[in-house]
Design a protein around this ligand. Structure first.
Ligand SMILES: Cc1cc2nc3c(=O)[nH]c(=O)nc-3n(C[C@H](O)[C@H](O)[C@H](O)COP(=O)(O)OP(=O)(O)OC[C@H]3O[C@@H](n4cnc5c(N)ncnc54)[C@H](O)[C@@H]3O)c2cc1C
Length: 391
């Protein structure tokens, strides 16, 4: 099977040397530092803190932050290539990268110069560990505008009360980018603001870690705010402008999740092909059966289509286009193509595909959540159709 570099050449989308280098250096790190312990971390749910710190020092937690602000200055195409390479080795680490990059991009785009000096620069230099993006709550995910965590103004501070749920890397994050209702009289998107809460702030209680089906080492926790007092100067952007900040970050972040899906699916396809080439049944290798060939062909086609949609969306984002429909198409198609490919590769492994001794079993579990987080498949379809109807 040809490698990723040649596969990218065959897509007909020109990549710059810099974009290739970003992908290749992420792949080198992932192969050396992430792949070896991925199965063990899946079993133990051990958060890859050391590796995340190293990724931070390499600039991968603030990839889309300009160099002048301490980030790596990577464009969206480079970001996709890095996410793909990391996810091929360890999807848990990749989703931590996704939420950290989501948060750092928000700070880069909306924080004041003083806030950037205080959080973004040390964070981008890898000194604060990962960052968390805290929008979802026990009572709302897709309908994020229904959030009920409040931040009541009290002199020169906000007092936060309420709970966030499903927060990736929440127990390890140096900073939390939290979405709260600053005006309790409002409903829906109005009155939602974005506030930074630093690790260890009194009143911030880290909840229990979720025992998940897949991506088990990503440290998914609840965050509880119990009279948590945060300086008013931690408000990011304008009061009441938080919902727009969240939506715009999520829109651009979707290409990263598409890249993550491509990482998982390429890993599964490579494992499936290798297995089919050596497994014998009825006196033949599996690759001699027509069905195996059709399965491989359909999978390759699915993934090339996902690559094309993903790189198209990333390229549009790099021109300054918000590309909401294209980003949603990339995430939706890549996550659903990933599901098809991974399922076929488990099937190709027969009984061994159902055993923890084979990587496809973990990939199958890791892949499932990609149709749920950062906007479910249904929400992506809503975004795409709204653009068509110009709503
Ligand atoms: C492992 C993991 C990590 C996560 N990390 C984070 C994180 O770091 N930060 C964060 O803020 N959140 C995070 N999330 C939360 C995630 O974004 C939400 O789970 C997701 O948005 C779905 O929200 P929900 O779970 O409340 O489901 P619901 O919104 O209750 O949806 C339930 C079902 O109803 C469907 N549905 C809802 N509304 C509509 C509609 N209008 N039309 C059609 N169908 C609809 C959904 O598609 C879904 O199938 C994470 C979740 C998981 C599982």
């Amino acid at each position: 099977m040809i490698g990723i570099a040649q596969r990218l050449d065959r897509l007909g989308i020109p990549l710059t040397e810099e974009q290739r280098m970003v992908g290749e250096s992420a792949r080198e790190f992932a192969t050396r530092r992430l792949a070896p312990g991925a199965a063990e971390r899946d079993r133990t749910m051990k958060f890859p803190l050391e590796q995340i710190k190293e990724l931070g020092a390499l600039g991968l937690l603030a990839m889309k932050v300009p160099i002048a602000e301490g980030g790596a200055g990577t464009d969206n195409v480079g970001y996709v290539l890095a996410m793909q390479a990391v996810a091929e080795a360890c999807a848990s680490t990749a989703v931590v990268l996704a939420s950290s990059n989501l948060s750092s991009k928000i700070l880069s785009e909306h924080a004041s110069p003083a806030q950037k000096e205080r959080w973004l620069r040390p964070y981008a230099e890898g000194k604060l560990g990962p960052a968390s993006f805290a929008l979802s709550e026990p009572g709302c995910g897709s309908d994020a505008a229904a959030l009920t965590t409040t931040a009541r103004r009290d002199g020169d501070a906000f007092i936060l009360d309420g709970s966030k749920m499903w927060i990736t890397a929440g127990a390890h994050a140096g900073i939390h980018v939290v979405f709260v209702r600053t005006d309790p009289g409002t409903q829906g998107p109005e009155g939602i603001s974005c506030i930074v809460v630093e690790r260890g702030t009194p009143g911030l209680v880290i909840g229990k870690e979720e025992d998940k089906m897949g991506q088990r080492a990503s440290g998914t926790v609840g965050l509880h705010f119990e009279g948590c007092r945060v300086p008013a100067e931690n408000l990011i952007g304008r009061q009441g402008g938080g919902y727009a900040i969240a939506l715009s970050a999520l829109g651009a972040g979707r290409v990263g999740i598409a890249g993550l899906c491509l990482g998982l699916a390429e890993a599964a396809l490579a494992a499936g092909l290798a297995y089919a080439e050596q497994r014998r049944a009825f006196g033949k290798t599996l690759t001699e059966f027509q069905n195996t060939r059709f399965v491989l062909a359909d999978s390759r086609m699915d993934l090339d289509a996902a690559w094309l949609l993903t790189l198209r969306a990333a390229s549009l984002l790099d021109t300054g286009d918000r590309a909401p429909a294209e980003s949603s198409m990339a995430k939706l198609f890549a996550s659903e193509a990933c599901a098809r490919v991974v399922d076929r590769m488990v099937q190709l492994h027969g009984g061994y595909g159902y055993s923890r001794d084979y990587p496809v079993e973990r990939i199958y579990r890791d892949a499932r959540v990609t149709r749920i987080y950062e906007g479910t498949s249904e929400v992506q379809r809503l975004v795409i159709s709204r653009q068509m109807l110009r709503e």
